[in-house]
Each structure stands twice: as structure tokens, then as C-alpha cells.
Design a protein around this ligand. Structure first.
Ligand SMILES: Nc1ncnc2c1ncn2[C@@H]1O[C@H](COP(=O)(O)OP(=O)(O)OP(=O)(O)O)[C@@H](O)[C@H]1O
Length: 603
């Protein structure tokens, strides 16, 4: 069997040439079988020879594992007694053992064969000896490195073997998101024809699913796939790999148009319906700001289209071919949100999945992260997010490897963040970091001009979905939709259209009786007119207006006296405050004019 040093012969030969030229003496390296593995000068042509006949110092060093320094062989008893002494041409010799794994596997001999070099060695022995010791250490380290690599590649081979034999599709990515390994099942499942090793795999979208899995959209080889996958962070346990994606099947596959890596068309600016002045100016701003990397904060009531705007910013910008990852900060319990955002490595905390988890920030890297309901972040996560926004780096929980983030952040909230700041419930420094580019989406009731356009967009959508060929909406319905107060904004309007389209009869006409109950009730309340009549005529009293007035006293019991006053004032507002009308109103109320004045003055 070859000695360990013999396996490194070519490396050793190159290495000692360099050393010899630095030291200006001859060097030889001999293995534990006393075979010369490498040599310079007079030993160069004697490589692979056995040195047993040339003296016994090497055997002694191999045996004792201790270095030997002979500065003058004539004064060294061991040399003098050596059977080769008469033929020996060496004048001085330094021999240092090469140790590996607690064994002496060879020696380095530094030899001088002339008097001048001998003198030189003698004068420089204090620096020569440590230098040669370092050479021995370097050789051992080289062997160690080789052994570790050999061990690793054996482990990797076994790892690949295992991966190829499990009944799941597996993809391994490196830190550049390039495919490092793909098993046969994955190739089959993704219907890939070529070897995709080295190709960049773009993770376009990712939504949390059950059992620690995610719904991921990936692009490979001109196709886009939707898969339900488990993603496992591997770095730093295996340095050459970053993450493993394991999945069972492809939920959906679409061919991507040529030269376009992703399919964001449906989310671009044209998908934002509305030509009111405010929506026009918002669309204009989106076009301008989508090219910038600055953080955007979108505010507005629920259902006003904040996510739609965020997606349009992504689709219009230069990150459109990179991921858009949305996370709703209010929908995930606080203790899970941190790991959802930043991921974790295995064993990061008790209860964590033992394979680890990739966080949304990592998925969104190079693209856009949409942090919805940002007003609901706990103080702890506010601080952490602030750090990430400042440093543009983060670490998976339980790991100290910092991952660089090249990301555009879009945040959204329906809360008044500034009010939360003033109440001490939100960090002001985070607020200002987020509010770099503010976009406020007004509620639908403040942009009634958009309602008709939205109706005209939603009706064809649901006619296709519900397979309705003929449809028409009565003007009175449109009027009522336009004048409704839309607490749920566009989402509620869309639901209303869907509801009414479901009720359409054979004539395909949407009439007022098909309106959703909330809208009907709204109008019923609004139109609660009561006629107060006597033999001289009638007065219309709108009970809704009185109801609205009473609502202002929210939670308090209102006195009969106040109620009386509200009612009298409503009547005066409606019919006028002239003496004549006051007289008429007093009469109809069954009181005298003086009593009416007293009631008004008393309050
Ligand atoms: N201007 C618009 N044009 C077309 N569709 C719209 C518009 N605004 C909103 N929508 C639609 O209304 C629905 C609600 O929008 P979106 O989810 O973006 O609102 P949101 O403000 O993010 O709501 P929440 O605060 O509840 O998350 C979506 O289906 C969206 O496509």
C-alpha cells in the first residue's frame, strides 16, 4: 500500500523546489518506508529510491518522532558510528518529523554538502529550524484538507444516492439560486429535458401552507410551476448548498412567453380601475416611483386596493421578473411571525421543525416584499424590522450567518400609524423608515366617480365565471350603488356584483330587488320618512336623521328633553326658522309658540 506521503508526491515535489530556493540548501522528503518522495539539488534524481543505505538519522527520527539537528557530522557520535560515515558527503543535516493523526508519516531533511552552506546553516539555525517545522505542519495540513474533502465527497455521494432513491422530487440550490442538484424524480415531474444544473431557479412567489409547507411558484427552463413544497435551509451545514426544495407534484405548469421570465401582466397598472382625479394621480405616481428602490407605505381602509397597488408597483418596476412575496403581519400569531419573516435553522428553538425554514425575506430577495397590516407588528418585531431596513442584512433565527438583502419593501396598513406613534404604540423611527414614499388610497365613498367603471369591470368578469351571456344593470341600481357608503370598499362592491349576477334571471337584468341586504337596509334606514299629519296638512320627518343625531351620543342615555330638542331642531332645519314656520311647527307638535321658544332657550 502506498504511504500517505506518496499520494501527495506531485504536490511535495513542487513545494520543496520553492522551499529549497528560499533556504538555499538541499531538501529531501522521505516517507515512513524510507522512500525518498521528493528532493532538490543532488537528490532530485534520486526520487523514489530507498534511503536506508544512506544513514540512520531518518530511521531514528521516524522512530522517536523527535527532530535531530547535526550541525557538524564529524562531531556527532551517531554519524561517526554510522556504517555509511566514510561515504557520507553531508556536512550538516536538520531532520524534522512530519506528523499526521498522531503518527510520524515521514521526515523533511535539510542538508548541506559544502562547508560554506554548513556555516550558513549554523549561523541561521534559529530561523531555519522553525521554518522547516512549519513546512512539516503545512504538509500535514494539506493531507488533512485532502482527507476532509475526500470524506465530504463520500458523504455527498451518499447524500445524492439517498436523494435519488426517495419517492419525492428534490432540488438543491446554491447561494446564487443556481440548481446544484436535481434528482431524477424532479426532472420527470417538471418534465425537464436537459440537465438544468447551474441554471438559475427563480422563486417567484411563496405563500404559507399547512404542515410547514409553502405554495411556491418557480421558474425553470422557460416554464413556470406551482408546487406545494417544503424548503429546508442547509447552509452552513453543507457549505456549497443553500437550500433544498422537496415536493410531491406540480400543481400547475405554464409555458412562459419568450424573453419574459415571469407573468405579472394581470397585476400591472392597467388592472387598476378608476379614473377619478385621485386614482389618476396615484397611477401616475406608481409609474414614476416603481423604478426606485425606496420603501413605499400604502395606507387606506380595508378593501381599497392596497395589495393591488403594491403588485402594480412591482409589475411596473425593474424587479418585475423577481419575486413578489406578500405576508400579512396581522394574520400570523406573533410568536410565529418572526420565523415566517426571517426563517430559522434546525434546532433554533424548541418546537421548531428539525429541518429549519426559509423566511419570507429570503424568498423575496432580489424582488419585492409586501408587508401587509404593518401596523400590527409587536414592538419586538418593529425593532427587528427596523434593523433589517437599516442594515439590509438579516440572519435566520439560530444562525449568525448574515444574508445580504437586495429588496424593495412595500408596507401597507389600514391603521393611522402616526396616531399609533403619538400614543407610544409604534416606533417613530420605524414609521419614518417605512413612510419614505406614502400613498393614501381614499375610501370608495370618496371617489364615487370610479364606481361605474368598477361595475363595468366586475360584471363581465362574473358573467364569464357564471356563464351568463346576457346582462344589463338598471340605472336605478347603479344610482343606489353610487350612493352607498361602501364600508368594505371595492372588495364589498365586487362581492355585491357577484351576488347580483347570481340572481340574474333569464332576461339578464339586474334590478333593485337583487341588491344585497346590507345595501337595501342602508336605504331603508336612510329613507325612513314618517309623515306627521293633522287636519291642516303633513310634515315629513326623517327618522334616519334623528337616528344619526342620536348615534352621536354613542353609549349615553339621551334624555327626553334632549330628544325633544333634536326633533324640534331637525324640523326647523327642514322647514325654516321663520316665525311663520315656527308657529306651524309648534301647532303640529301640539304646543304653543311660547312653549317652543322656551324649549329652544332652555337648552
Ligand atoms: N382600483 C381597483 N381596480 C380593480 N380592482 C380593485 C381595485 N381596488 C381594489 N380592487 C380589488 O378589490 C379587492 C380588494 O383589494 P385589495 O386586497 O388590494 O385591498 P386591500 O386594501 O389590500 O385590503 P385589506 O386591507 O383588507 O388587505 C381585490 O380583489 C382587488 O383586486
Amino acid at each position: 500500500m502506498e504511504s500517505r506521503l506518496k499520494q501527495f508526491q506531485s504536490y511535495i515535489e513542487k513545494y520543496i523546489e520553492i522551499i529549497a530556493s528560499v533556504l538555499n540548501i538541499d531538501i529531501e522528503i522521505v516517507d515512513d518506508k524510507l522512500i525518498r518522495i521528493g528532493g532538490t539539488g543532488i537528490y532530485k534524481n534520486k526520487v523514489n529510491e530507498n534511503v536506508i543505505t544512506e544513514g540512520n538519522i531518518y530511521s531514528e527520527v521516524l522512530e522517536t518522532s523527535k527532530e535531530v539537528v547535526v550541525l557538524d557530522i564529524e562531531k556527532n557520535s551517531s554519524c561517526v558510528e554510522c556504517s555509511n560515515f566514510e561515504q557520507c558527503i553531508n556536512k550538516s543535516i536538520i531532520v524534522v518529523p512530519i506528523k499526521y493523526d498522531n503518527q510520524t508519516i515521514g521526515v523533511v531533511g535539510a542538508v548541506s554538502t559544502d562547508i560554506e552552506k554548513k556555516k550558513h546553516i549554523k549561523s541561521k539555525i534559529d530561523s531555519y529550524l522553525p521554518f522547516i517545522e512549519n513546512i512539516c505542519d503545512l504538509i500535514s495540513m494539506k493531507i488533512e484538507e485532502h482527507e476532509v474533502n475526500k470524506d465530504n465527497s463520500k458523504k455527498m455521494q451518499m447524500f445524492h444516492e439517498v436523494i435519488n432513491n426517495v419517492e419525492k422530487s428534490i432540488l438543491i440550490l446554491d447561494t446564487q439560486h443556481k440548481i446544484s442538484y436535481i434528482n431524477d424524480i424532479a426532472i420527470k415531474c417538471l418534465k425537464l429535458s436537459n440537465n438544468q444544473i447551474g441554471e438559475v431557479l427563480n422563486i417567484i412567489n411563496c405563500e404559507s401552507y399547512t404542515n410547514g409547507k409553502e405554495l411556491i411558484t418557480i421558474n425553470i427552463g422557460g416554464n413556470q410551476y406551482k408546487i406545494t413544497a417544503k424548503t429546508i435551509p442547509v447552509y452552513p451545514y453543507i457549505k456549497s448548498y443553500d437550500k433544498i426544495i422537496i415536493f410531491d407534484k406540480v400543481n400547475e405548469q405554464v409555458e412562459l412567453p419568450q424573453n419574459i421570465n415571469t407573468n405579472w401582466g394581470i397585476n400591472n397598472i392597467e388592472s387598476i380601475v378608476g379614473n377619478s382625479y385621485v386614482m389618476q394621480s396615484i397611477k401616475h405616481r406608481i409609474k414614476k416611483l416603481s423604478k426606485s428602490n425606496s420603501t413605499v407605505l400604502i395606507t387606506g381602509e380595508s378593501g381599497t386596493g392596497k395589495e393591488l397597488i403594491a403588485r402594480a408597483i412591482h409589475a411596473e418596476g425593474n424587479r418585475r421578473n423577481k419575486p413578489f412575496i406578500a405576508i400579512n403581519c396581522a394574520a400570523i400569531p406573533e410568536n410565529l411571525l418572526e420565523s415566517e419573516l426571517f426563517g430559522y435553522v434546525k434546532g433554533a428553538f424548541s418546537g421548531a421543525s428539525n429541518s429549519g425554514k426559509i423566511g419570507k425575506f429570503e424568498f423575496a430577495n432580489m424582488g419585492v416584499i409586501f408587508l401587509d397590516e404593518i401596523g400590527d407588528l409587536s414592538f419586538h418585531l418593529q425593532a427587528k424590522l427596523l434593523r433589517v431596513l437599516q442594515e439590509r442584512k438579516f440572519a435566520r433565527i439560530g444562525s449568525n450567518k448574515l444574508i445580504d438583502l437586495d429588496i424593495k419593501v412595500i408596507a401597507a396598513t389600514n391603521k393611522d400609524l402616526l396616531k399609533l406613534v403619538s400614543e407610544g404604540l409604534y416606533r417613530d423611527d420605524l414609521y419614518y423608515r417605512l413612510n419614505v414614499i406614502p400613498i393614501n388610497l381614499p375610501p370608495l365613498r370618496e371617489r364615487k366617480e370610479d364606481i361605474k367603471d368598477l361595475i363595468n369591470m366586475f360584471m363581465p368578469k362574473y358573467s364569464v365565471e357564471l356563464n351568463i351571456n346576457l346582462y344589463k344593470i338598471e340605472d336605478s341600481v347603479i344610482k343606489m350603488l353610487e350612493n352607498y357608503y361602501w364600508p368594505g370598499n371595492i372588495r364589498e362592491l365586487e362581492n355585491a356584483i357577484e351576488y347580483m349576477m347570481n340572481l340574474v334571471g333569464e332576461d339578464g337584468i339586474i334590478t333593485t330587488d337583487m341588491l344585497p341586504i346590507d345595501i337595501i337596509n342602508y336605504y331603508k334606514k336612510k329613507n325612513m320618512l314618517v309623515q306627521v299629519c293633522d287636519d291642516e296638512g303633513c310634515l315629513d320627518v326623517n327618522l334616519q336623521e334623528i337616528d344619526d343625531e342620536i348615534m352621536k351620543y354613542e353609549g349615553k342615555i339621551i334624555s327626553i328633553k334632549d330628544l325633544e330638542l333634536i326633533y324640534i331642531n331637525k324640523l326647523l332645519d327642514k322647514y325654516g326658522r321663520t316665525t311663520k314656520t315656527k308657529k306651524e311647527i309648534a301647532k303640529k307638535l301640539g304646543i304653543g309658540l311660547a312653549t317652543l321658544y322656551r324649549k329652544l332657550e332652555e337648552n
